[in-house]
Design a protein around this ligand. Structure first.
Ligand code: ARG
Ligand code: GLU
Length: 759
């Protein structure tokens, strides 16, 4: 051999690289970290213990992690209940306090004192008190040969009994969720605070910088954060809103690190990921890519175009629709990225290979032999129902608002028909509250334009058997090929519910008259006929097949765990508390392109487009940049970091989750994933899946230097470099970077030899 040294070095490097590709994948249960993950986390650099992360006997990190409104995550960062979350998580609240005269979205908002903090009716902050494994109790009485229906009825009965067995305080709740597709059940006892007030938000030119163009994309420069505060009764327990409530004193809050991050640093994200589907069969993935995603993307594209047109014309409309538009746009873009990613990473083929392996490994007499072919058939059977279901849900519930509102009226009508005046008055108050909220941000012309265009799509794209008689063109006097737009517009003009005045006139009538008026309203009639048809012709057959699929998926997940013993399984996300960990890490999105893991304020300025809808900046930002007024928040090179990425496995719901360093300090705020990695809910690939976080120092800088809200900084606990004096070598072969052993000491020695030999 000519160059034995070179060969050895290459071999060591290859081995090291393989060993160094630690698992970024996985959303782990905090109570099982000690058993499953602690060792690996420590080998990756973590300095605290699993017990410091989750303990029911002492204050731990979990006491600082709060489910925000049930849809996002947030964390406590002061002894006075100060809560950090994303700007887009607080957006609904921010929008609700915004008017043309007092434009919090545009100008930002910073409460000067506690009494200026803004209450938000309905917004909750939920803590996890403890978690129990209740699998044995929930699955008691179930056998393998049961039908889906029988099984479900036993589970439901057990669920309600186990729930009842918990002795709870009035402010506590117990939530029981299935894991591994129903193979395991955990109960979460929670405490829910109901007085959560807005403390501060940057202007949208920071909090939403880059808006939809930059959404789901790296490199990113969004300061996506906002601040809230939890208020409690005098006893520090949850209480309904009252001006007398006091700031909540937490069991634990996160200190904020001033240390900053570098490539390779350990990171952990702690929060409430919403939903993932890692263990699906290929047939289900095919359905997402070929059938469901394209349909939903098209529907939302039409809806977004209509809103955008009117929002750009008028500030008041922009404010009204800001939050709704962002919500619809978010998943529209996510599905585009997801489909692309699944195709580009050959996710279906990968699944097929995996399934072939699975099949090969099954013993001759395995009860799972036909599982995959059964599932294939069931996914084929459900395909058109699933499509029709998505069409109906997307159009009538998530994009057109008046049809969704009719669902609320339907409950009122049903209450009256079942229980007369008494039933009616029982829910009228709630309907009126809901209506007030609804009409505040409703514009009938946008809405009828959406319904017209989306009805065209529904009728033209779906099989005729999914179109109710009531909606067929011939029955509405619309000629073939003609749009529904004119008809829908007329119906909106005739409907009392196109305006708040019309609606409240009806809701103030006596019950029998109100119900008669509602039932004869043209939009109510249309929605109600459509919804009855839907539940009979679409939802029922769908859920009959779905039950069978769920039963098979439960078995398939169990079978995968039995067959692939060497694989480490983690449960799919289901809006319960999880820990995911990785490292600060760039990535290569495609050939010859490589992304750095950190962005800087310079990058914001480079993206700046004066007067632009998405990339405009306020003068203050430009001034601070010019004077380089970064205070203590710049990094060692004197630049102000803005965002960074890491290999933490996150999903929707993880927004607002803290990024935590090796010592348990806050280093960033999770808010997004990179474009190539949006498919990670279905097909995680650690070479390209990265989560995006705002750097804690940028948050501090905005609060302190940009907004001048230094009183909030004083409230926090800033921790200064623990790693002082540690100089990171630029040399890529610097000690510790390469590791074939779990123990860093040996890696250090190996790296040292490699490094010495290579120079
Ligand atoms: N993509 C992030 C998430 O899923 C951020 C969304 C912010 N919304 C937006 N339309 N830009 O929540
Ligand atoms: N922005 C997402 C959220 O609202 C987080 C990004 C993701 O889906 O990973 O939770």
């Amino acid at each position: 051999m000519k160059h034995p040294f070179k060969f050895i070095i290459t071999l060591i490097l290859i081995l090291s690289a393989i060993a160094n590709s630690y698992a970024g994948e996985g959303m782990w249960l905090p109570q099982l970290l000690k058993l499953l993950n602690e060792k690996e986390m420590k080998s990756m650099g973590m300095k605290i213990t699993a017990d410091d992360i989750y303990s029911i006997n002492k204050g731990s990190l979990k006491d600082a992690i709060v489910h925000f409104g049930g849809f996002c995550t947030s964390e406590l960062i002061s002894a006075k209940g100060l809560l950090l979350t994303n700007h887009h998580c607080g957006y609904d609240a921010i929008q609700s306090h915004t008017s043309v005269e007092n434009n919090l979205i545009k100008n930002g908002f910073w409460a000067k004192s506690h009494k200026d903090e803004l209450p938000n009716a309905g917004l909750t902050a939920t803590f996890i008190d403890y978690i129990d494994d209740v699998t044995a109790l929930i699955t008691a009485g179930i056998t393998d040969d049961m039908t889906a229906e029988k099984r479900q009825s036993i589970v439901d009965k057990n669920l309600s009994e186990v729930k009842k067995s918990y002795k709870l305080e009035s402010y506590q709740e117990v939530i029981i969720r299935p894991f591994f597709d129903g193979n395991q059940y955990f109960a979460f006892v929670t405490t829910i605070y109901k007085d959560v007030r807005l403390v501060g938000t940057p202007p949208e030119s920071i909090g939403k910088f880059g808006s939809d163009t930059d959404n789901w994309v790296w490199p990113r420069h969004t300061g996506d954060f906002s601040l809230f505060r939890i208020y409690a009764g005098k006893d520090n327990k949850p209480a309904d809103y009252s001006p007398d409530n006091i700031p909540y004193t937490p069991k634990h809050f996160l200190p904020v690190s001033m240390d900053g991050v570098s490539e390779g640093d350990f990171t952990m994200v702690f929060g409430f990921p919403g939903r993932t589907n890692q263990y699906l069969p290929a047939s289900a993935v095919k359905q997402v890519v070929n059938t469901l995603n394209p349909a939903k993307i098209k529907i939302r594209e039409i809806s977004l175009k209509i809103m955008d047109k009117y929002m750009r014309e008028d500030v008041a409309t922009k404010i009204k629709y800001a939050s709704k538009y962002a919500t619809i746009a978010n998943y529209w873009k996510k599905w585009i990225g997801e489909s692309q990613g699944l195709q580009q990473t050959y996710a279906v083929n990968k699944k097929l290979d995996y399934e072939a392996q699975f099949q090969k490994r099954l013993p001759q007499n395995s009860p799972y032999k036909t599982l995959l072919t059964d599932l294939d058939k069931l996914y084929t059977d459900i395909d058109q129902y699933a499509l029709a279901r998505d069409y109906y849900g997307e159009i009538t519930l998530r994009n057109v608002e008046l049809t969704a509102y009719m669902g609320t009226l339907k409950r009122l009508v049903t209450a009256y028909e079942k229980n007369g005046d008494k039933g009616y008055f029982e829910i009228l108050g709630r309907v009126k509250d809901f209506s007030a909220d609804f009409y505040k941000d409703f514009d009938a012309k946008i809405d009828h334009e959406k319904l017209g265009a989306l009805l065209d799509l529904y009728v033209d794209k779906l099989d005729e058997k999914f179109v109710p008689e009531y909606l067929r063109r011939q029955n509405l006097g619309i000629s073939d090929g003609e749009s529904y737009a004119t008809m829908v517009k007329e119906q909106y003009t005739l409907s009392s519910f196109s305006s708040e005045t019309g609606a409240s006139e009806i809701l103030n009538l006596e019950p029998s008259k109100a119900v008669a008026a509602i039932k004869s309203d043209p939009i109510y009639a249309l929605s109600s006929a459509w919804s009855d048809f839907y539940s009979k012709e679409i939802a029922t057959p769908y859920s009959n097949i779905r039950k069978e699929i769920d039963l098979k998926l439960e078995k398939y997940t169990k079978a995968q765990m039995e067959v692939f013993k060497e694989k480490r399984f983690y449960p799919d996300a289901n809006s319960t508390l999880r820990v995911t960990y990785g490292k600060v890490n760039g990535y290569k999105p495609r050939d010859a392109v490589s992304y750095e893991p950190i962005t800087y304020l310079d990058g914001i300025i480079a993206k700046y487009i004066p007067e632009d809808y998405e990339f405009d900046l306020q003068t203050r930002m430009l001034e601070l940049y010019k004077s380089r007024n970064y205070g203590p928040y710049a990094d060692k090179t004197g630049n102000l970091p803005v965002c960074f990425i890491g290999s933490n496995h996150t999903t929707g719901g993880n927004s607002g989750s803290p990024a935590i360093d090796a010592y348990g300090n806050l280093i960033g705020l999770n808010f997004d994933r990179v474009w190539e990695g949006t498919m990670s809910d279905i097909n995680y690939d650690e070479s390209i899946c990265r989560n995006i976080m705002v750097d804690a120092r940028y948050i501090l800088w905005v609060v302190d230097k940009y907004a001048g809200a230094s009183h909030l900084i004083t409230e926090m606990k800033l921790v200064y470099p623990k790693t002082k004096g540690k100089t990171k070598k630029k040399n890529s072969l610097s000690p510790c970077k390469y590791g074939i052993f779990k123990n860093q000491k040996y890696n250090f020695i190996v790296s040292l030899i490699v490094w010495a030999v290579s120079i």
